[in-house]
Design a protein around this ligand. Structure first.
Ligand code: CP
Length: 324
């Protein structure tokens, strides 16, 4: 167990060792057990987390806030639009000042080409750990919860096949941070990772290169497919969600035009049946119901989405307890 984690930032899982991630998962499972048994676990008594949001959230906000309360501390919600951040507080000022008030700073900033650098600039000025609640490149806490869920359902993830797939959505052009973080972490745990996406929905080349290297080191595999149904075949985990064609165009009308070509990329019962009989369906939520995935699949017997959402709480508590 790797325990020298006090003060560490969590911006991407790729910057933590495999042993450190194993420690997070171990602590997360212990905290889940303690909560189930009603055992107090106030490891962060009197500590405060600043939660700074530049973008909307349901699960992330609610689970970080609940998690801090369960750990004996407090979380303060700060929104960029309703604070002086909208009038010019810089990333350095936020890191310095919120770092003096708090014991950790968590940030969601998903603007393309802005979010990750903003979080790193705050971290550079902060005396307390900075936690990435999602940027345009990474969503580390989602993916820690996802891996925890896969292990709960499937045991040792090594050799299991996960299909990380694009799915069509209408609601908005979603960040690519979930599939990118997922291919990075699943390959480190020796999974056979399929990235299935149309040609216009490429992920960042350096992330793909890191996933390939991770797979080589962990004796798993990494392949890219462009056929939605081929991605489903014999998968143990179907993780199909939408993201925007962000590396292809920054024009909203063109993005919609491209996306509309793939309206048939919906996970339905027929496609899900192409995966293994005991395959699980995963989605970070919110989903565009009956557009990305049918009600029959997301509410069906193979769906793990509620366990996946619950595990956000336990994984985040683990990282907060270890770093703060
Ligand atoms: N999955 C996820 O991050 O959900 P929210 O956007 O609701 O926080």
């Amino acid at each position: 167990m790797q325990t020298h984690l006090h003060g560490r930032d969590m911006i991407t899982t790729q910057e933590w060792t495999k042993n450190e991630i194993d420690t997070v998962l171990d602590v997360a499972l212990d905290l889940k057990r303690k909560r189930a048994l009603g055992e107090p676990h106030a490891y962060l008594r009197d500590k405060v987390l600043a939660m700074l949001f530049f973008f909307s959230s349901t699960r992330t906000r609610a689970s970080f806030e609940a998690g801090m309360a369960q750990l004996g501390g407090h979380a303060q919600f700060i929104e960029s639009k309703t604070t002086q951040i909208a009038h010019g507080d810089t990333a350095t000022e936020i890191g310095e000042i919120l770092g003096r008030y708090n014991d950790g700073i968590a940030i969601r900033q998903v603007d393309w080409g802005v979010g990750n650098q903003y979080i790193r600039d705050v971290a550079a000025a902060s005396r307390v750990p900075v936690l990435n609640m999602q940027c345009e490149i990474y969503h580390p806490f989602q993916i820690l919860a996802d891996l925890m869920t896969i292990i709960e359902y499937k045991g040792d993830p090594r050799g299991r096949t996960i299909n990380v797939s694009y799915a069509y959505a209408e609601s908005y052009s979603k960040p690519m941070s979930v599939p990118q973080s997922l291919i990075l972490l699943a390959t480190r745990f020796g999974m056979n990772v399929r990235l299935t996406r149309p040609p216009e929905f490429t992920l960042m080349p350096d992330i793909v290169a890191q996933a390939e290297e991770n797979a080589r080191r962990a004796h798993g595999s990494f392949e890219i497919l462009e056929d939605f149904e081929a991605g489903m075949r014999d998968a143990d985990v179907v993780y199909a969600k939408s993201w925007g064609p962000l590396l292809t165009t920054d024009d909203a009308a063109r993005s919609t035009e491209i996306s509309n070509k793939y309206k048939d990329w919906i996970t339905d019962e027929r496609r899900m049946a192409m995966a293994k009989a005991d395959a699980i369906y995963m989605h970070p939520l919110p989903a565009d119901r009956n557009i990305e995935v049918t009600d029959g699949v997301i509410d069906g017997p193979n769906s793990a989405v509620f366990d996946q959402a619950e595990n956000r709480l336990h994984a985040q508590k683990a990282v907060m307890a270890l770093t703060m």
